[in-house]
Design a binder for this molecule. Structure first.
Ligand code: DAH
Length: 339
């Protein structure tokens, strides 16, 4: 009996040592300590042992069982530790590897220029408003004193949705929408996208942006226009910037002008930037035409005002010395990152 127990013990321990995983270990446990296991069989055969021997054999069986259980626990711990180690290895992070850099987005030059223009006018007490990109012919042309057969309509050919609905060619219709809705005093700017049937080249695009401005109140004169736009130019291009107004024609203003600024690159001496002119044209402006006021429900005898329109791309191109407008629409991150 003693020999048998010794044998069971030796074999069981060896098999436990050889177990590579918990499943295999469990099989060994069942084979020896389970209900039908070898050691359990020995206990069941106790009745064949003489009564005097029984306590001794019983003790031996218990010792063997205890030894096996102890070993079982030990091997179990080892396997678990080994598995944990393997798992840690698999999940190891090499903190010395170069990190993946988070790519943070960047504001487009148009967006930066628009924010700058808004900042300047908001600082002068202007409100920023928006109007629809799909506009009625009435607001885009008619109410701006551009009747059906006016030649100005030809210069601003656009995309028509119906005979009466089009993609706006300018932000000027927002003037009309605001005047219809609000009583003076009005001080607003209206940035937004506009559309024209233009071919793409270095200075043209079928879709670009403008910022419209409008001031209506009692006793507004051309002096207010001049002072405001000169201040705008100084804020945008630097305190030494001078402005010059050239007579021009817009159907919705009278008188009308285009404003030039002294070249901020050469200070007016003449350079590549200003094509040796010393001056750079930046916007159209004028005193709101009495007919436009009247059509929008504002009494031209009581109120007067001025308006202006600037090309946003033009400002962005000038400010960042970009020589081709197409670069603004290519969305090449290498280009956009520079501003
Ligand atoms: N809407 C004009 C254009 O697209 C620009 C303009 C000129 C706007 C004079 C104005 C203005 O408000 O007074 O060419």
């Amino acid at each position: 009996m003693k020999d048998l127990l010794e044998k069971i013990r030796r074999e069981a321990l060896a098999k436990m040592e050889d177990s590579e995983n918990l499943d295999r270990l469990n099989e060994v446990r069942v084979a020896y300590l389970g209900k039908k296991g070898e050691l359990t069989q020995v206990l069941k055969n106790m009745r064949n042992v003489s009564p005097e021997e029984r306590p001794k054999v019983g003790q031996m069986v218990n010792e063997t069982r205890a030894a096996l259980e102890e070993k079982l626990e030990e091997i179990k711990q080892n396997i678990a530790a080994r598995q944990r180690e393997l798992q840690m290895k698999a999940e190891e992070i090499d903190v010395t590897l170069p990190a993946k850099r988070m790519k943070v987005g960047h504001r487009h030059p148009n967006t930066i220029a628009q924010a700058e223009v808004e900042r300047i006018f908001v600082g002068m007490g202007y409100e920023v408003v928006e109007g629809p990109e799909i506009e009625l012919d009435y607001y885009n042309f008619e109410a701006l004193n551009i009747p059906a057969n006016h030649p100005a309509k030809d210069e601003q050919d656009t995309f028509y949705i119906t005979k009466d609905i089009l993609l706006r060619t300018q932000t000027s219709p927002v003037q009309v929408r605001v005047m219809e809705q609000k009583k003076p005093p009005i001080r607003m700017i209206a940035p937004g996208r506009v559309f024209r049937a233009d071919e793409v080249d270095a200075t043209h695009s079928p879709s670009f942006h403008q910022i419209e401005g409008l001031v209506i109140d009692k006793n507004i004169t051309f002096a207010d226009l001049k002072g405001t736009l000169a201040e705008f130019a100084r804020e945008l291009f630097g305190p030494d910037t001078k402005v010059k107004f050239r007579p021009h024609h817009f159907p919705f203003t009278e008188p009308s002008a285009e404003m030039d600024v002294t070249c901020f690159k050469c200070g007016g001496k003449g350079c590549r930037m200003c094509k040796d002119e010393g001056w750079i044209e930046i916007l159209g402006c004028g005193m709101v035409h009495p007919k436009v006021l009247a059509m929008s429900g504002i009494d031209p005898e009581e109120y007067s005002g001025f308006a202006f329109g600037v090309g946003l791309e033009r400002i962005a191109l000038l400010k960042y010395e970009i020589d081709d407008m197409r670069l603004l629409y290519e969305n090449d991150i290498r280009f956009l990152k520079q501003f």
